[in-house]
Unconditional design. Sequence first.
Lengths: 750, 153
Amino acid sequence: MLHHLIRQAAQNGFGDGLSLTPLPAPSRRGFLKAIGAGAGVLVVGAHLPMPALAAEAAPKIIGPADPRPHAFVIVAPDNTVTVLAKHLDKGQGIVTGIATIAAEELDADWAQVRGAFAPADAKLYANHFFGIQGTGGSTAVANSWDELRMAGAAARAMLVAAAAVRWKVPAGEVTVSKGVVRHAASNRSATFGELAEEASKLPVPQQVKLKEQKDYVLIGKPDLHRLDHISKTNGTAIFSMDIRRPGQVTAVLARSPRFGGTVKSVDDAAARKVPGVIEVISLPVGVAVIAKNTWAAMKGREALTVAWDDGKAETRGTDAMLADYRKAAEKPGSVAANKGDADKAIADAKAKGGHAVDGEFVFPYLAHAPMEPLNAVVALNPEGGCTIWAGSQFQTVEQMTAAHILGCKPEQVKIETQWAGGSFGRRATTNADYIAEAVMIAKAYPKAPVHLVWTREDDIKGGRYRPLFLHRITAAVDAKGALVGWKQRIVGQSFMAGTPFEAVMVKDGVDATMVEGASDMAYPVANLAVDAHTVASPVTTLWWRSVGHTHTAYAKEVMIDRLAKAAGKDPVAFRMEMLKDHPRLAGVLKLAAEKAGWGQPLAQGKGRGVAVHESFNTYVAHVADVTVDAKGQIKVDRIVVAVDCGEVVNPDIVKAQMEGGAGWGIGHALRGEITMTDGVVDQANFDSYLPLRMSDMPVVEVHIVPSHERPTGAGEPGVPTVAPAVANAVFSVTGQPLQTLPFSRGGIVS
Amino acid sequence: MVRINVNGEERQVDVPEDMPLLWVLRDELNMTGTKFGCGIAQCGACTVHVDGTPTRACQTPVGMLTPDSKITTIEGVKGKAAQAVQAAWQKLDVVQCGYCQSGQIMSAVALLTDNQNPTDQDIDAAMDGNVCRCATYVRIRAAIKDAAQTMRA
């Protein structure tokens, strides 16, 4: 659903009314086209028929390949194969995944394969689900699967054709394996590099034959290393934080301590005296201190005296906001789902020997806090426009926003996408956020490339949080223990409101990202009523790894355990009964339960809990083992996860995403929260916004369901069910449902 | 002028003495392998060795170091433990976003230099100061054990 809506929103335009050319829907076949070949390099792009190609932009090449624009696959005379990823790699491994897909059809040797980030150009590199170039919603593999297979197959066919011409043999007798092209009958062979120039002069086939799954030698194999596994272990991988352009200056920005506050007055006399400070500039977004290095910029900002106008700012604390949410929850909200008669079903169940369960759930604001604090380098180009070096996640939005700020054309904004030090959703914003700040500063200080650096405090206090949410649920099982009624009210902010996404993401007063996972729950309850109140606040909010499912799956799965207990049923059996029409959900639930040893007796103080959910078209079940000690303190001992994400391109990366997803879910459930007092954020850094650490991390066992279904994503779906599985494990020991997050609020985590 | 010894080379930098070593390395010497993560010694991304001891460069004013202090960064770390650790990291594909990994590796090398048979508790104690938001902790633990085994063999 999210994909479709982003696509429509993109067509409505970004950057203050600048419109974007709508792109046609992706096709699964055909449409192969050679683009920009030359200098003996075979360059193949498989893409949609487009009008004239946009301005040239050299891709950042990871490794020694010779870059050529507008391509997905580059075979160079040095025998390297470079596969361009139009998606941002923020740790999820997509550069490796994309390269694997193309290399498979190409029959390349993995050792010759390199990865690179594609330039920003929506005409060539749009995410087909969005209609703009951007990464998100765990879409990357699903989006690029056909495109990269076709590109790889086309390049292979051209290398085969070149060999056939050179050796004067029928193409049908030429084989390819591990980067070597052979003609067995005449005992001849050539490397890709040796054939690249001849191949580049041949026409690109309009139809290609793709491999069958049984013939895969790279896809689905467990022993392929990530393409970034060496550069990220010896300090040579370059993030935008590491970009050093000639003459570059560093900027930090003083922002309002309250969301919605604006600059009233600035005294910068002391700041200007700090050695190394070059300039202080007031901007609509804050006060920029520009210096010759980061330390001087930070010291300069400390020396600023800024008075802020809080006239339009949020001045409530989170306790007051929550009280307002509770008031709102007393009244019906906008309807997200309504079938049968939930009130009547719940009343009938209570009257006829069934059980009703009430739950109020509170989910705090959460920061993404990627390890690399947000930053971007911007240099104005002499010919107009600018070049941006960043861990760019929504390239098209950033191009259009920068163009709007600079008064240039979007295609004059070049983006050099870098490895990103995490994102978890933070880098994908509807107004380009920190990149827009950097462009504004560069515009105001055009003398040198500007590196805008956020400190960790800027990040933790800087908003774009997973919103604060309140859920109220009443649900009932009848006398036979069947789930008969479910009534749920959700109160929180919409991060779509006021953005180009609003018109399509918010329907009838309901933001789809607030209720996903609740209004469309898989459990077949005949009487379902889900409604929502969207509340407004200047506090900025954003999608956060797994979006609405971060709270909807939690509330649903904790309630299901309470209902199972009320019905006197085993939590796994209760769910299995309800998932008869959902074989993939039932499949992961069964697999996780079996592998975890569900049903085996546990020692005193040990608990086991389960949760299952679909998100982003991927199916995941978690079983958590916990210890509750004599003082009531909890420790997560083991997580067993089963995942079904269709055809798996790289099982070790899926495994890594499940491990990381488990840590992400547990870490925030244990101690993660952003709170505010009188509108000012109480947390500042990792001493107060407490991250998961080594000693918190449980054993994680990952089981992947073998599948021939089309591939779906793995970055986000490993998150939603881990925290409710842990909560249900604690519930199995204490009988106390954990409905207020984080768990540290209940005193059960140190 | 401040004189320091980085990876065996003497370097002179014209910076205030209160500038943390982190910014001297990154902004003055253009050695960007050592990362800025929090600035308050809470995440370990900036971990270097000073005379072999894992040290948070973000909280080490450069003026506190002497020209005799031997600073080792990810760019210069070597020896049996470093080799074993980096090889194990690569073998197990530990990294995800990779931003914290220089610091993780520097902490792990220091641990294994002193203790070639660390228990889980030893690993927790040595590594709890290094945050990984991707939560690669499962593989970091496995890689440390793998490297320890290599060193003992």
